[in-house]
Design a protein around this ligand. Sequence first.
Ligand code: SF4
Ligand code: SF4
Length: 470
Amino acid sequence: MRFLLTEMDVHVTVKLNPTLLGREAVDGLLHDVLGYDEVRTRPQDFAKDLQWEQALEITDRLSELARSRGRTFQVKFSNTLVVENHRPFFPASEAVMYLSGEPLHVITLNLVEKYRRARPEVPISFSAGVDARNYADCTALGFTPITTCTDLLRPGGYGRLPRYAENLEARMRALGVRRLGDYVVKAAGQGEAAMERVIADPALRSSLVGSLRSEAVDLLGVLTGAGRADLYGGIVRAAALANTPVLVEKATRDPRYRAEANRKPPRKIGSRLWLFDCINCDKCVPVCPNDANFVYETTVLRREYEVYRYEKGAVRPVPAGLFEVKKQHQIANFQDFCNECGNCDTFCPEDGGPYVEKPRFFGSLEAWKAWPARDGFFAARADSIDAIWARIRGVEYHLEVDRTLDRGLFTDGTLQLEVRHSERRVVSASAREGAAEGRELDFAAYLNMALAVDGVLDTRRANPVNAPYL
Ligand code: SF4
Ligand code: SF4
């Protein structure tokens, strides 16, 4: 932090953990107030984190340093809360998981109140369970900036954000304010008490109170008229501080943050995802913060398939089973956009995770090659030739489709099939010199590749894979 303030000469924000509130207080809120009885904190996580006295010492030291350099030091509340992993969602080998959302909102607001009592002058940035319904109250607490994350992982994603501003605007209109500072002063009914603290002149205070009680609040206008616009920031800050216990109490008592209102485990229906077909709820598309999952269409197919085996100098088909894709509507994943946050798995009613089980398309051949332990596809189009690389259950395949000749050349590097692509029918089979006796090439891999790639490269519906060819 010292380096950032002195060498880089920038403003500094330090993000702090909710453990700073102390385990007893956190557990009291979690269990006694909010009812999340199943959530367990661990003493060692509180012991090893930054302690309260240390946080205040750092605050004082860095605030002073920042002041001396004409820079700002502020704190951000808060990180997620580390708790015991008690759910089957994560592997049992993971000792902890991280709590966010509604319970973290209340815990973090209580931490803000504690911190503001100790260091009221330090600016605060806030991020903990912020959503459209509480954004206006967060604004009334004078937090700058306010950030949100968990809410964006819910259906609608970034499309949820306009509602934040709309709700704030509605609150401001209802209070008769047009400026954010005026809103902070009026939002929780603490404005007159704040003015008592900041404005010594009774006449000026009376004018301000008159404006505050009106339906067209203009505190800055009153102060400017009196030549004291310099007092405006102080009134707003005092109001934000005065609002704190009021709004923290309001959130702590609000049933919407309690366990019974939020204990809705993701509904799983007991079926498992694979490359094709699912219940097609499409939830995995809007809940991805990176837009990595997308819909494409393929053709339905039901047929017997073979493996092609090299024996005694010839490649012959051997019946292997039934291949079936029942639906046109399919889901795929664009690997280069996916950071494996797992959110689509949380919302998917089926098991396995869309980002794991659905066809994963890499954005370049280099990216596909760079992940040899990961199944996936890379597809490229040049003139009438589509070239597709695939890794399926660890085996690598290549398929080249000449759309003009309707010819597919499918190989694992040793055995090769020439296919009438539109009919999914093998025309000829061959082996490279030196092929091992008994080597097999799975025609189901061709069918997987053909269906996925024909669908994904179909430019009638745009997606991240076919975008370069639109
Ligand atoms: S992969 Fe899961 S979330 Fe996505 S459409 Fe299929 S069932 Fe729904
Ligand atoms: S795991 Fe990947 S695809 Fe799924 S929501 Fe996260 S980023 Fe999106």
